[in-house]
Write a new protein. Sequence first.
Length: 102
Amino acid sequence: MIRRAMMAVTVAGSMMLLSGCSGMMSLPSFGSGGSADGGEHFIYQGHDFGPDRDASYREGVVDGCTTAGGTYAKNHTLFKSDPSYRAGWEHGRLHCGKSAAK
């Protein structure tokens, strides 16, 4: 439990550092994305990761985006055992990495 809390603090601190001097941190959010099924889309760092994403997928996206930004973050236990976390991590690293390369 302490390890997970320390990781959350590290990720939050990294996100603030990566956001620069803006004072605003990019937090996961849901927004209307006009999906055919009417579900709420998961939007993180300006990327739309699709509708109705579970908590495990969203955690993977945050960790993948953190990694793409230069600070390695991955829950190896979930990556090995949870397909939803693994997909989120891979999608986050891929999509957030594209915006960092621009």
